[in-house]
Design a protein around this ligand. Sequence first.
Ligand code: SF4
Length: 177
Amino acid sequence: MSCLKDLGQNIVLCKKCDLGSMGTNPVLGEGPADSKIMIVGEAPGANEEKVGRPFVGRGGKLLRKTLEKFEIKNPYITNVVKHRPPENRKPKKEEIIACSDFLECEINAVKPHVILALGKTAAEYFGIKSRLSEVNGKIFEIKGIKVVACYHPAAVLRNTNLTDEFNQAIGQAKMAL
Ligand code: SF4
């Protein structure tokens, strides 16, 4: 039976790292369980935590608009870490390791053809250690899945000069499907 069945409850009850004891609500992945594409961000932010859905803030809007532009439909969207780190800091290594069972469950259950790894934390999760400026839009084959490295939409909002590269990476993900 798919591990997705109990995933939500397991995440809600999870205290495997300190982020689970900070009184914030976790944000679960969402999307079809048989989606061809999985989008993996870093961690929920304040807007996501409030609404309980991934990528609903300004960065999320940019992401969703760009996915539409490339006619990428029904993605499964999730994050490396399911609870929001305080002050939106980057998740610590031990938090990423603690949370990895949940992301691995999602990957194993959804079996996406393509994963779009948004930002450095997600890229590094998949073993892509180079700077994003060097690997944005590149496709890596990891455990039989095509993983496309891509700037995080929050980085694009901070620096609109990255817009073309962001579009290019999402276009690559579309072509890899
Ligand atoms: S961030 Fe992940 S590992 Fe840490 S408490 Fe939340 S669900 Fe558990």
